[in-house]
Design a protein around this ligand. Structure first.
Ligand code: NAP
Length: 324
């Protein structure tokens, strides 16, 4: 069977970590681009990308990667997206689509937009899929399959360019939804950013316990704590930037969270079993809803995946989603 014609001639990937390398692997597997040009900040990563054969060309410098590409995807931490846009702006081909994968969208629109020339289509995006691992070795082609990719085009974006980027992400297996950047940031603050903050807090708190208790925490970590440690192992640079750039939305959600935590604290102190039971019943229904719409497996999580299980693609029950 013949493959459909590629959607893009040349894909430039600026940053080839977990997300950039997964895009490279998936785009190549699906034949959606004719050629991939990639770059990363350090010579060591560029060398590794070349060794892994993730791109047709690995070049030094963001401008060199972007020149001549009809799709440029910036896959770097949110905090450097503006600086990268300033570097590539003068070298972009007229009519090119420029996108990103950042976990925060308002800041990306604000920081990248002013550096991109007229005639270039800027359509920010966020694939809501990830793991706690980083770097070009961590990616895999199936990362986006069945996951959401949220596009946040500016109000005056060209609908044809939005459709083309939608087709790209759909070809990689993602479900695509479009929404305003501010709404994206509010939704992700509660579904992703706050859970990460809680994980970073609880693992840090456990680490500060007395020595004897701390060793027991590690030993008995299956009871919920283990899942927090996985999330708390996520990349420090990426998550620092998320909290610095989505400050308002995270603080708003943190306010509601603190109020709810106070209510549960009061219920425990007063021995109010009914309040606790009702709360836990409500949250159990939310979990069942997530399983029902196919965003996680109903398989019980008994423990860590077996070391002999294949790593790529990850079988569904272990296809963890860290960002997101
Ligand atoms: P990562 O694995 O740490 O990779 C980041 C890449 O960016 C590396 O190749 C790094 O190069 C490169 N880079 C950093 N600064 C650069 C610069 N100034 N110019 C060129 N390249 C530069 O990160 P990631 O997990 O793929 O995350 C990338 C983006 O995706 C972030 O904005 C994040 O918010 C978003 N995201 C992450 C997840 C997730 O779960 N991890 C999910 C969805 C979206 P070096 O290796 O040479 O430093």
């Amino acid at each position: 069977m013949t493959k459909p014609a590629p959607l893009f001639n040349r894909l430039a990937l600026i940053g080839v970590g977990l997300i950039g390398s997964s895009i490279a692997r998936a785009a190549r597997a699906k034949g959606v681009v004719r050629e991939i040009v990639a770059t990363a900040q350090s010579a060591a990563t560029r060398r590794r990308v070349a060794e892994l054969g993730l791109a047709d060309q690995v070049v030094e410098g963001n401008a060199a990667a972007a020149a001549g590409a009809d799709l440029v995807i910036v896959c770097v931490p949110v905090g450097v997206c503006g600086a990268v846009a300033a570097e590539i702006g003068p070298y972009l081909m007229p009519g090119a689509i420029v996108s990103d994968v950042g976990s925060v969208k308002g800041a990306v629109l604000r920081d990248m937009g002013p550096h991109l020339p007229a005639g270039v289509h800027f359509i920010p995006a966020h694939p809501v899929a990830g793991t706690e691992n980083s770097g070009p070795d961590a990616g895999f082609a199936a990362l986006f399959v069945g996951r959401w990719c949220i596009l946040t085009p500016p109000a005056d974006a060209d609908p044809a360019a939005v459709d083309k980027l939608t087709a790209f992400w759909s070809a990689l297996g993602a479900n695509v939804e479009t929404m305003p950047a501010a709404h994206h940031d509010l939704v992700l603050a509660i579904t992703s950013h706050l859970p990460h903050l809680i994980a970073y807090t609880i693992v840090g708190t456990a680490d500060e316990l007395a020595e004897v208790t701390r060793s027991e925490v590690l030993k008995f970590s299956a009871g919920g704590f283990r899942d927090f440690t996985r999330i708390a192992a996520s990349d420090p640079t990426m998550w620092r930037d998320v909290f610095l750039t989505n400050k308002e939305a995270v603080l708003e959600m943190l306010g509601s969270f603190n109020e709810d935590l106070s209510q549960l604290t009061r219920a425990i102190r007063r021995g109010d079993g009914e309040a606790l039971f009702n709360h836990f019943t409500r949250t159990r229904a939310i979990r069942r809803g997530i399983v029902q719409i196919g965003q996680d497996s109903a398989v019980p999580d008994f423990g860590r995946p077996h070391p002999d299980l294949p790593v790529e693609p990850l079988p569904r029950p272990y296809a963890v989603s860290s960002d997101d």
